[in-house]
Ligand binder design. Sequence first.
Ligand code: 6AU
Length: 361
Amino acid sequence: ATLTQTFAERAEKATHPLTRYLFRLMELKQSNLCLSADVTTARGLLAIADKVGPYIVVLKTHYDLISGWDYNPQTGTGAKLAALARKHGFLIFEDRKFVDIGKTVQMQYTAGTARIIDWAHITNANIDAGKDMVRALAEAAAKWKGRRHCEVKTSVTVGALDEDGTVNGVSPSHVEPLEEQIRPVSPERDADGRKGSIVSITTVTQSFEHAGASGHADDAESVFPGIEEAPADRGLLLLAQMSSKGCLMTREYTQACVEAARDHRDFVMGFVSQEALNSADDDAFIHMTPGCKLPPPGEEDKPIDGDGLGQQYNTPDKLIKGAGTDIVIVGRGILEAADPVSEAERYRKRAWKAYLGRLGK
Ligand code: 6AU
């Protein structure tokens, strides 16, 4: 069923809001291309994202190979990428390949310097450590969404203010208050007879107004007519198969990824894989495929070599039409071209043609 259904039809069937959005974006931009923006500087990343943005639906990052990444949640590299994503209409995919125990991946996803969850719509995981870590990441995403929705959360606690100015009160249970406003309410003695004031403490927790990868497009007007704003959701792709030579992922492992995806439809959008993994009854998942390259223009019959370090390449036609995947992920094929922008357009056209070919159009 997957092979002959249009992306528009699958947008209706997808259960994940971001997958629905992505399928619609693909139809609108006539693109099933993801740029793997493996450049080494933050400046270079933002520049290529802005230039290639019109031709892609997903921008893939490896934030840990980029120097000069600015971690400021409001004005840093993540926030700037998010603004470009709104401007051009693409989703940001941090290719983090989480693999660890649930608690650790939760922390790596939401905390630390990069705070991936704040700017990347999509990330991915290798489930070698067991599928509970998918649930752990899903829980972190649900919590993030809940917090984001109450953009500014305030809570009021009453405590006693000592004469020396210290507050003896129950402190609010929220984490990381951005600021606390302490106002005296009335002079009082506390239970121990100490003089002080009853105070009201208003805790303002993290405001997500600018930090999220979605939000208001006031700072960057969309240049693509008809593009709606991405939903405020987070999604995961499971690394089900790899493109590299000698990959150790077995059929059992790949099948476990399919099962984990079905268990977490509200969070798992689909797979990074080399072929379509859906059975006939299930076409709600999306497949993104790396290891994609075109022969140079005019040398169409030339075989495409690997990179000498284990990477193996296939053409968009082979992957989209032949193996039934949905989005091709292209890095060096575009980045190392003399003109990356026209090369991105060439890949977009070829991958879209392969999709139409799959539909028999
Ligand atoms: O087009 P390339 O070969 O320059 O870059 C391919 C990109 C790299 C890899 O880290 C990534 O795709 N990748 C992945 C992903 C996306 O998870 C899986 C895989 O099997 N092969 C692969 O190359 O950024």
